[in-house]
Design a protein around this ligand. Structure first.
Ligand code: NAD
Ligand code: UDP
Length: 321
């Protein structure tokens, strides 16, 4: 199949590109390199079935493909808050442009939505039927509300124009190819531990997240993309094993053998207190559930960052910001 991936130079998109190529597909990536890196996909560039185009999804784009994975959007709070207007434009205009393309060429399109549509949830664990608790004028709203409007657009294109849509709501995902200075908790803690720095816990560390290893997500996304016609989702994708942020820090200290101290910094505004996916729908409809648990996934991720540091490759990333 011929597959378009927006945001394909980023953490998840680059891993997805590699996997879809290995499965025999032709992959075309669009990326504006805001948070993505050429180094993430450099090794794919000699492959005749791979192509990358520098393009911003807020502008229209025309191509003939069978499937579109719409991943373009900064995902780390520090990056999506850097230019909130641009973040909204990326989610909303990006969705309009990609849905318009899907409609025109009759392609199936999958949206990378997020657990952030649930905001600071007062239903726990989160089920897809829960409408969420989002502050529309908070610092996270450019991301949360942008992704919510994108879901609205997906459904309206489906109802009005019969576009074949699929929506996955992704919960915190980590693994190799995350940007080392991305600002998200797993990469921050691992980099701090490996560099012998203090580990920065925001708030008292009692807030929870459920961490999914990237390979599990890729399997789920591909199953969802190829699921039976008419099954639109949204469907949660995450690992239901929930940890406090303090527990995560302790795991990483143990696995790296670091002597880092835990230091406490203020909790950012509207930081969700708890997050855990109910994955019954994905289990029933897709026969999917995560296989890789935190300790194994962290070991692989620590190894990746350790190799980047030892290979002297970190400067390329800092220079990128
Ligand atoms: P990432 O920041 O590594 O990747 C995002 C990619 O999109 C980058 O390559 C970036 O350069 C590109 N991009 C951003 N704005 C663009 C634009 N206007 N035009 C073209 N390209 C643009 O983040 P990620 O973790 O790989 O996330 C990928 C997708 O999955 C995002 O849509 C994100 O919202 C979603 N998601 C991720 C997580 C997670 O935990 N990683 C959780 C929920 C949802
Ligand atoms: N966090 C932290 N220290 C850091 C980075 C993040 O304690 O150095 C916390 C953050 O406040 C949040 C959790 O870890 O409670 C997850 O943050 P992340 O930015 O990874 O994702 P999100 O908040 O979007 O789930």
């Amino acid at each position: 199949m011929k597959i378009l991936i927006t945001g394909g130079a980023g953490f998840i998109g680059s891993q997805l590109s590699e996997r879809l190529l290995n499965e025999g597909n032709e992959v075309i990536v669009l990326d504006n390199y805001f948070t993505g890196q050429k180094s993430n996909i450099h090794h794919l560039m000699g492959n005749p079935n791979f192509e990358i185009i520098r393009h911003d999804v807020t502008m229209p784009f025309f191509i003939e493909v069978d499937q579109i994975y719409n991943l373009a959007c900064p995902a780390s709070p520090i990056h999506y808050q850097y230019n909130g207007i641009k973040t909204v434009k990326t989610s909303v205009m990006g969705a309009i442009n990609m849905l318009g393309l899907a409609k025109r060429i009759n392609a199936r399109i999958l949206q990378a939505s997020t657990s952030e549509v649930y905001g600071d949830p007062d239903v726990h664990p989160q089920v897809e039927s829960y409408w969420g608790n989002v502050n529309p004028i908070g610092i996270r709203s450019c991301y949360d509300e942008g992704k919510r409007v994108a879901e609205t657009l997906f459904f309206n294109y489906h109802w009005q124009n019969e576009v074949d849509i699929k929506i996955v709501r992704i919960f915190n995902t980590y693994g190799p190819k995350m940007h080392p200075y991305d600002g998200r908790v797993v990469s921050n803690f691992i980099m701090q531990a490996l560099e012998g720095k203090d580990i920065t816990i925001y708030g008292d560390g009692s807030q929870t997240r459920s961490f999914q290893y990237v390979d599990d997500l890729l399997e789920g996304m591909i199953r969802m993309m190829n699921s039976k016609e008419g099954f639109t989702g949204p469907v949660n994708m995450g690992n239901p094993n929930e940890f406090t942020i303090k527990e995560l820090a302790e795991h990483i200290i143990k696995l790296t053998g670091a002597s880092s101290k835990l230091i406490y910094e203020p909790l950012p505004q509207d930081d969700p207190l708890q997050r855990q996916p109910d994955i019954s729908l994905a289990k029933n409809e897709l026969g999917w559930e995560p296989k890789i648990q935190l300790e194994d996934g962290l070991k692989k991720t620590i190894h990746y960052f350790d190799q980047l540091i030892k290979g002297g490759k970190i400067n390329a990333y800092t220079g990128n910001r």
